[in-house]
Design a protein around this ligand. Structure first.
Ligand code: PHE
Length: 356
């Protein structure tokens, strides 16, 4: 009995895997196992013998079973430790960044303009990009024979053969929205309209589609002084520094008097800095709304007056963010967008804020 015990205890201790252990179990305590056969022999013994051998055999069986169970648990622990060693994760490893899209500089500046003018009480108005010639020209005091029509390099829409109504146009400026918002809201009014405009022109500073923001303020006693204040307030907030403006007498059919507005800047090593130096850069056209335009919008020019302006969004985006070529704005080159784009959660910067 002792030999049997020593043999199996030794074999169990030496077993190297679960399969080997199972084989040992069958060999020792399985149905035809060595210990089981010994137990069967109990029947042939005398009652005296059985009384001694029975408990001893049972104890042996229990001991072997316990050794098998302990070894099995030990093997499982060892296997788990092996797995833990092989399958560990370094949770401190930095994540692999996923590129997300960026906000186009035009969208960013569009938002910045909207935020700054909203702060001065201007609401945002909209109009269609395909316009009638009435809204784009006639209502703005640009009659059919007017040279401004030719100068604007207008894109005309197609008309069916035999249809001799004047063709629709891709709006050449955001000014038609002046008329549309006068019609819709009457006076007094204060609106801006950022949007796309179209002209058949293409070189380093012109693209056939570009962006303007129109401004219109109408009330009883609005003057050029208000226009100048609003624009200087805008530029200072937008560029985050005090910006001087220069008003040059000009001509637009829809404003009288009219002025083109330059902002103070300095050219240094091929790049431009706004708000210092003694160069000037043209950024917008403006003036007091022509009485004929007020009337076309359904507003009595004997009672109301106001100013309007139209500014190039792409132009001021290039100036603020140091972007040299306008055409690259619309190439959809991902490398350009990653370089000049803004993170989607960037709040539009209104550096410096308004002086009020
Ligand atoms: N619409 C003019 C342009 O596109 C700009 C402008 C707007 C001028 C409003 C005066 C008043 O050039």
């Amino acid at each position: 009995m002792n030999d049997l015990r020593d043999k199996y205890i030794e074999l169990i201790a030496a077993a190297t895997g679960e399969a080997a252990l199972e084989e040992l179990r069958v060999q020792a305590v399985g149905k035809k196992g060595e210990i089981s056969l010994k137990m069967r022999e109990l029947g042939k013994m005398s009652p005296e013998e059985r009384q001694i051998m029975g408990p001893r055999l049972n104890a042996l069986k229990d001991e072997i079973n316990a050794a098998l169970a302990a070894k099995k648990a030990g093997l499982a622990d060892a296997a788990l430790n092996e797995r833990l060693k092989a399958e560990w994760l370094d949770v401190t490893l930095p994540g692999r960044g996923r590129r997300s899209g960026t906000i186009h500089p035009v969208s960013q500046v569009w938002e910045e303009c909207t935020a700054i003018f909203a702060d001065m009480g201007f609401a945002v108005a909209e109009g269609p990009q395909v316009e009638t010639d009435w809204y784009n020209f006639d209502a703005l005091n640009i009659p059919g024979h007017h040279p401004a029509r030719a100068e604007m390099d207008t894109f005309y829409m197609h008309r069916a053969e035999g249809d001799d109504r004047p063709p629709h146009v891709l709006r050449t400026h955001t000014s038609p929205v002046q008329i549309r918002s006068m019609e819709a809201g009457g006076a007094p009014t204060r609106i801006i309209c950022p949007g796309r405009v179209y002209r058949a022109d293409y070189d380093q500073t012109h693209t056939p589609m570009f962006h303007q923001v129109e401004g219109l303020a109408i009330d009883k006693d609005i003057s050029m002084a208000n226009l100048k204040w609003v624009l200087e307030e805008f530029f200072s907030a937008y560029f985050g520094t005090a910006v001087k403006t220069r008003f040059r007498a000009s001509h637009f059919p829809f404003t009288e008097p009219s002025a083109e507005v330059d902002i103070q800047c300095q050219w240094k090593d091929g790049s431009v800095k706004v708000g210092e130096g003694d160069d000037w850069l043209e950024v917008l056209g403006s003036g007091m709304v022509h009485p004929k335009v007020l009337r076309a919008g359904g507003i009595d020019p004997d009672e109301w007056q106001g100013f309007a302006f139209g500014m190039g969004i792409d132009r001021i985006a290039m100036l603020k963010y140091g972007i040299p070529d306008l055409r690259a704005f619309f190439d959809s080159d991902l490398r350009w967008l990653r370089n000049y784009g803004f993170a989607s959660l960037d709040v539009p910067t209104i550096r410096g804020g308004l002086s009020r």
